[in-house]
Design a protein around this ligand. Sequence first.
Ligand code: NAD
Length: 490
Amino acid sequence: MTTMHEFPPTATSSNAAAVTQSFIAGQSVASTDTFDNIDPATGQSLGPVAAGGEAEVDQAVTAARAATRDWRRVAPAARAEILCRLADLIAADAERLAVLESEDTGKPLSQARNDALVAARYFRFYGHAIDSHYGHTIPLEPDTHAYTRREPFGVTGHVLAWNYPMQLLSRAVAPAIAVGNCSVVKPAEETPRTAVEFARLAQQAGVPDGVFNVVTGAGPQAGSALVDHPGVDHLGFVGSTEVGSLIAHAAADRVVPTVLELGGKSPQIVFADANLSTAAATVARAILQNAGQTCSAGSRLLVQRDIADAVVADVVQRLQAVRMGPGLDDPDLGPLVSRTQQRRVQSMIDAVTTGEVVLGGTAPTDPQLSAGAYFAPTVIVGVDPTAPIAQEEIFGPVLTINTFDDEDHAIALANGTPYGLLAAVWTRDLSRAHRMAAELRAGQVYVNAYGAGGGVELPFGGFGKSGYGREKGYEALDAFSATKTVVVTL
Ligand code: NAD
């Protein structure tokens, strides 16, 4: 049984009814139509959003193209200073940004605050990294000088998901503009506001107009126009595997390099020799984080048979105690991002035929939460590992649990989905930890941990249907630049 509490509000609503508009070449740009930004905690509108489309995208890409010539010639040290100034401005404004993000997404305010600080860290990290992003010299003949240069592609287009809007934007735009590209961002329609605020702060930090543009609007209009625009030289996409595949097709038609950061079905594997209470606490926290709407959510618990009952009981007890409420009240668990997402989660649970729902399984019954897109923490044991609930991304606070007998069995279950984003191994046996890390098909493997804050420094990306290319860490600088080799006869 989930306990619900009422909280005194800890933050003030933004009360923002002004139209959220695109930000192009340093200016707010209106669109003919608008759509409502719906607060998932109440179902009410947070204000209108400009429905950008082909015209706004073309304006933004043209502005970005015009800015590339000068921006790529700005010395890396000067670019570094600007990016660090932007990091300072984001950090100083974290509280206001967190309120906007919490309202748009429904996420608890403290998580939104952390997201703002992680976003600042991306700009600082790539600011610090860019003036040491060296090329190589290559020894050839004595009278030949060969070297490589890392060059920007030109205009980068970024189509983003709604679950971590500030972080997703920063981890893409910071490295992209650090290496000298100019960017056009299309935020998700559910969460447009912080992207526009970031573009404004970038202007204040000294990012030249046209280097960082935002076009608000719907995926099939603004998103699709950006993906198809002939002036875009590189595409970054964060979102579902289905739309990612569409983007990859469009990029292939134009032979444009692409980074795809898609969905996940990440396993947490708990062996009997692990510190079980730390493992259970982390498993529970990882599925509550952002209401399970995290690409890298640890949504599958695989637990060794002998200890399964004890671990499941511990996890269930922790999830039973969560406090649900609007994001601004900073509960443990906020609403899902939308009614659509709530219905999707419910329909996936309703379709379960093998397994037992031992916790949750529905929206909460508390009438105070009925207007929002809430979903109770849910645990399902003994699911068929080949069933959709164990194979497909749920994107809700829903944990499925299976048992395993030995390492081989654990690896077969862990690698038995089309995805490969994260995995965690809980064990005190160091040799087993490294054996498992080598066998698991995942872009990141954690041992006795899950996730690492924002993971700004850690290369991140998927295998299989979790996508390709890497963001974060130094690898993102390579992802957003191309190597040019220069050979000179002396
Ligand atoms: P989505 O694919 O529905 O939408 C993502 C973005 O694509 C949005 O901006 C949307 O407007 C746009 N879009 C939709 N249709 C489009 C089209 N036809 N052409 C161009 N753009 C289009 O995904 P979502 O529901 O916003 O986000 C949830 C998904 O994102 C989950 O699958 C999650 O795992 C994934 N995600 C992955 C990562 C990662 O790093 N791997 C991070 C966050 C989220």
